[in-house]
Design a protein around this ligand. Structure first.
Ligand SMILES: Cc1ncc(COP(=O)(O)O)c(C=O)c1O
Length: 382
């Protein structure tokens, strides 16, 4: 083997994790002029007041390195948000380059090689990569259609003697599930029994259409062992800003900060100020964003239903999964040519591919007219 072939090996391992699908599908959408319902980002901006706060920060000289923990205005806004929305009093806060960096830094800071990370599958694509960077192993708890519920038996089976951490995500991408209190209690009991740290990714916390988002840290005994991650991207429609944060016990935040220091140190100073403005928006403006997305969810679900596909109506997030009644990868490969729509086979987010053999994920965080056009195109399938 040549030296260059050897050094490519870790990159090849990551390529095997399935996330190259987004690049492929985006290229396919561009080549075929398709509507891209593959990727999870809105095609409109978030609240104008937040953009104005970014402009003011840019013009107001907030253009140098932020302190490692983040600008005080955003750290205070995160503390106030956790207290006002959930009654939580985290000991410390760290601002990160999107939730993605918080996830990476937390896993690298909290896992030793050989540890096991219990994680709900299907999962957001960075999870598997970051678990692998940490030298840890993933132990999935599989959420299966139609209900995508967490089963006590699966949780029990996933936790072995080397388990160190539960990596949780609710509201959940890609299923759109919002975990119930009962499911969270089940997972919390497992954390307490096996002395696991919980790292919880709550980036869709304000995008709940049915039911209620319950942060894991609010469950009895969990605040002491839970690092809560969120960001401005999804809930406020600023996915390109990549301003995230984590909060929780001082020891967990410190471990994450230690790694973050050597990943990016700090970034996005003016946007950190704007993210603080987003968190200070009045409640009704924050819930209005979810109201708009609820209507889009209903519109796309109706379109999928009319097209003869079978949507599993999501309670939160940007995504709906539909059962397409055939091999999902084949369906998605042919969909742009058949009707000019791009979507993602949900199996790319699973280790257990069989659990999602006929499932396809569609994003509904698009303008109403775009969803209407996509629905019309999908209707031509039948
Ligand atoms: C579950 C989940 N976590 C985190 C992220 C990324 O968050 P950020 O853009 O803040 O890094 C995504 C984006 O798709 C996601 O779906």
């Amino acid at each position: 083997m040549t030296r260059s072939a050897r050094v490519q090996t870790p990159a090849k391992r990551l390529a095997g994790l399935g996330t190259t699908i987004f690049t492929e599908m985006t290229a396919l959408a561009v080549r075929t002029g398709s509507i891209n319902l593959g990727q999870g980002f809105p095609d409109t901006d978030g609240p104008p007041a937040v953009i104005e706060a970014a402009v003011a920060a840019l013009r107001g000289g907030e253009n140098q390195y932020a302190p490692l923990p983040g600008v005080p205005a955003l750290r205070e806004a995160v503390l106030a948000h956790q207290r006002d929305w959930y009654g939580l009093e985290p000991e410390d806060v760290l601002v990160t380059f999107g939730a993605t960096e918080a996830i990476a830094a937390a896993l690298l800071g909290l896992c030793d090689p050989g540890n096991e990370v219990v994680v709900l599958e299907p999962y957001y694509d960075s999870y598997a990569a970051c678990i692998s960077f940490a030298g840890a192993t993933r132990r999935p708890v599989t959420l299966r259609p139609p209900g995508f519920e967490v089963s006590a038996e699966d949780v029990h089976d996933a936790i072995g003697p080397r388990a160190r951490l539960l990596l949780l995500n609710s509201p959940h991408n890609p299923t759109g599930r919002v975990l119930t209190r009962g499911e969270l209690e089940l997972l919390a009991a497992a954390c307490l029994e096996h002395d696991l740290i919980c790292v919880t990714d709550e980036v869709y916390e304000h995008l709940v259409y049915d039911g209620e988002h319950i942060p894991m840290a609010t469950l009895p005994g969990m605040a002491e062992r839970t690092l809560t991650i969120s960001s401005v991207g999804k809930s406020f429609s600023f996915t390109g800003w990549k301003i995230g944060w984590c909060s929780g016990p001082a020891s967990l935040v410190a471990a994450t900060r230690m790694v973050k220091q050597y990943l990016t140190f700090a970034g996005g100073t003016p946007l950190q100020h704007a993210a603080a403005a987003a968190l200070h928006l009045p409640r009704d403006e924050i819930t209005a964003l979810a109201g708009d997305l609820r209507a889009k969810r209903d519109q796309l679900c109706a379109g999928l239903q009319d097209a003869g596909l079978h949507p599993y109506v999501p309670a939160g997030t940007y995504f709906v999964n539909a059962d397409v009644g055939m091999d999902a990868a084949e369906f998605c490969r042919d969909l742009p040519e058949r009707c000019g729509v791009v979507a993602i086979p949900t199996g790319v987010f699973y280790d257990d591919k069989a659990a999602a053999a006929t499932l396809v994920r569609f994003a509904f965080c698009k303008r109403r007219e775009v969803i209407a056009e996509a629905a019309e195109r999908l209707a031509s399938l039948g």
